[in-house]
Design a protein around this ligand. Structure first.
Ligand code: ATP
Length: 334
């Protein structure tokens, strides 16, 4: 995932887009921790989301897109109702064709030792947003290409190879969507031939939804299309302590954008109780991407200790600390 295998350079221009709701709170928490590292981050804050639309008339201003494109990495919080116009568009503008969503238990005693990676195709599927009204209702078009399907399969196998994982599972619904998901499945097995040392299998998405509950330890790497990846990663979050726990990395050839899997959570926004772990772990994925893996591991290690210790954690983790108190406690241990 390292940015073109660049060597760490210790000075990075980071575009920070906190967005809406708890996005503001969790991004502040992650920056509190990044600030404690012996790395020079030059942050430029930019607007996007519902509030931005209210203020400026557009949810994703051109300046924000330009800034994101010209930075070393982007740290993103959340967008509310405008998510499709903000984060889905940003991923497209930056051509971040893979969305990595690690599902890992940080409280093994409680949840079992779950540890798998969801490799989600990030540019196609129903997320192209090609919908139209018809006299009867509406139609949404689903786009699946051979190019993008092979590219994501290759990424998944390469990821497995690089990280010592032994199995890659493709998830689709090719029995019903014979042409589109059928092509995704066929592309997957074509690429699998190039990786004979890695086991490959595939499941329908509905069966996968059940197996994730009944046999979560059987999964190592899941590669899937855009919509299924989105849904299964929220299910994965449910397995390992909730949406506050799952980070993500959007990676392309030239750009990386890092964001928690959760959204703006309007029900808890402004209360200072959002779990910052997902965003802190997203910042760790950003450190990996920038070639600063030693600091990524250090922050992760401390975060896991703090969660397991349980005395300075947010209410969803059984504590009574605020978002910022949890972040400052982690920072104090760095
Ligand atoms: P959006 O429309 O922006 O996606 P949402 O409320 O539909 O917002 P999420 O933001 O993903 O969806 O959150 C779903 C629920 O999960 C929230 O209502 C909240 O209770 C919980 N949640 C999400 N993120 C966190 C977090 N970081 N810490 C604690 N709880 C969270």
């Amino acid at each position: 995932m390292n940015k073109k295998n660049k060597k760490a350079k210790r000075m990075y221009n980071i575009a920070v887009i906190p967005g809406d709701g708890i996005g503001q709170e969790v991004v502040k928490a992650a920056v509190t921790i990044l600030d404690k590292l012996p790395i020079d981050f030059n942050y430029t804050y930019a607007k996007a989301g519902d509030e931005c639309k209210e203020e400026t008339g557009v949810p994703l201003p051109d300046e924000t897109i330009e800034l994101a494109k010209n930075s070393d990495a982007v740290l993103f919080g959340a967008a509310g109702e405008t998510a499709a116009d903000v984060i889905v568009r940003l991923r497209r503008e930056l051509n971040t064709f893979v969305n990595l969503r690690p599902v890992k238990s940080l409280q093994p005693d409680k949840y079992g030792n779950i540890d798998f990676m969801i490799v989600r195709e990030n540019t196609e599927d129903l997320y192209i947003g090609d919908e139209e009204e018809t006299p009867e209702g509406a139609i949404a078009r689903k786009k699946i290409t051979k190019f993008a399907s092979e590219r994501i399969a290759k990424y998944a196998f390469k990821y497995a190879e690089d990280t010592g994982r032994k199995k890659v599972t493709a998830v689709h619904k090719a029995n019903v969507l014979k042409l589109s998901d059928g092509l995704f499945k066929k592309s997957f097995y074509k690429i699998a031939e190039q990786y004979p040392d890695i086991e490959s299998n595939d499941f329908y998405v509905d069966a996968t939804a059940m197996y994730l509950i009944t046999n979560p330890l059987d999964f190592e790497v899941i590669v899937t299309t855009n919509l299924y990846g989105d849904i299964l990663s929220d299910e994965g979050a449910g397995l390992v302590g909730g949406l506050g726990m799952i980070p993500s990395a959007n990676i392309g050839d030239d750009n990386g954008l890092f964001e928690p899997v959760h959204g703006s959570a309007p029900d808890i926004a402004g209360q200072g109780i959002a779990n910052p772990a997902a965003t802190i772990l997203s910042a760790c994925m950003m450190l990996d991407y920038l070639g600063e893996s030693q600091y990524a591991r250090k922050v992760e290690e401390i975060l896991i200790d703090v969660i397991q210790e349980g005395s300075h954690v947010t209410p969803d983790l059984g504590g009574d600390s605020s978002t910022q108190e949890m972040a400052e406690y982690i920072a104090s241990k760095l």
